[in-house]
Design a binder for this molecule. Structure first.
Ligand code: SF4
Length: 303
């Protein structure tokens, strides 16, 4: 099906994240469109926005998704009102089984700057509340990597482990040059600039035994951690080649990882070009990534 498994209930948001990739007046779907999504996906559906907890219809549509036996019903939220026990319990009872919280920085000043809010403490409390009620294994934290937070990635993981413990996983996404970011290009770091901080952060996460996935960072900038890139999983196991936001460039033709890499984001290349891409010459690297990937999923299946 050529539509994403995403239900947009509202385009209103209580935060004004300066790195938001949505348009201010993003169209929301009609009930007909929502019904088509709920009927056609059985694995995962996410409720997004705007801030979906601001929609009066959230509980209703989550219930419909649950009734349609969708395995994973994810709420993508900034944590608004989730510091209240009754709100989390109501969502849980309706059928939400994964909470995905936007947490762009563990540093209060940077968090508030990035979200254009004063909600740092509230969001930390929401995360702790979800863990208390639902458990860390139903919590996913998302950080959109940008010019103001990439340097502190190592400390970000330390903060997560110390304050939240073991969670389902942390998702590190490359900022998209879309929505509000189009007017704030200063927020977009170069891949070559984030590389050493990213690897240091991923080493720290490994040391702390934190699960991480990433999106939008080509494999030539994830040396030693390539299996964490969500597209590797999709290309290897789901054979899913539908990826309209990324594209390999001509330099990728000489790369040993081209079969499992989607290439850089198109919007990134439009801004900075593709001269930073570094084709991987080592022919054994592909094998070793596949081995690590298989090991990771065998381990998961054993649990
Ligand atoms: S050179 Fe291209 S195919 Fe190879 S890892 Fe980089 S982006 Fe991916």
């Amino acid at each position: 099906m050529n539509i994403e498994p995403v239900i947009i209930l509202t385009n209103i948001c209580n935060h004004k994240c300066i790195f938001c990739s949505r348009k201010d007046k993003e169209p929301i779907q009609s009930d007909e469109e929502k019904k088509i999504i709920v009927k056609n996906y059985t694995d995962t559906i996410s409720f997004e926005g705007g801030e979906p907890t601001l929609s009066r219809d959230l509980i209703k549509w989550v219930r419909i998704a649950k009734k349609n036996r969708i395995r994973e019903i994810m709420l993508v939220t900034n944590g608004f009102s989730l510091d209240r026990e009754d709100v989390v319990r109501a969502l849980l009872d309706a059928g939400v089984n994964v909470f995905n919280i936007n947490f762009p920085s563990h540093i209060e000043r940077i968090y508030n700057l990035l979200t254009d809010s004063c909600d740092y403490t509230k969001t930390v409390n929401s995360i702790k509340n979800i863990i208390k009620i639902v458990g860390g294994n139903r919590l996913r934290i998302t950080m959109v990597l940008n010019k103001l937070n990439y340097v502190s990635l190592k400390d970000y993981f330390k903060f997560i482990k110390t304050n939240f413990g073991d969670i389902f996983y942390t998702e590190i996404n490359m900022i998209k040059v879309k929505g509000r970011v189009k007017n704030r290009l200063y927020l977009v770091p170069r891949l070559s600039e984030i590389n050493k901080f990213l690897i240091a952060g991923l080493n720290e996460a490994k040391k702390l035994d934190l699960k991480v996935i990433s999106d939008g960072i080509p494999l030539c900038f994830m040396s030693g951690f390539e299996e964490l890139n969500i597209d590797v999983f999709n290309l290897l196991y789901l054979k899913n080649r539908w990826n309209k936001e990324k594209q390999k460039k001509s330099v990728c033709n000489n790369c040993g990882l081209k079969k499992i890499c989607s290439g850089p984001r198109k919007d990134y290349v439009k801004l900075y070009g593709s001269s930073e891409l570094k084709p991987v010459k080592d022919e054994y690297q592909l094998e070793s990534i596949i081995e690590r990937m298989n090991f990771k999923y065998e381990k998961k299946m054993d649990k």
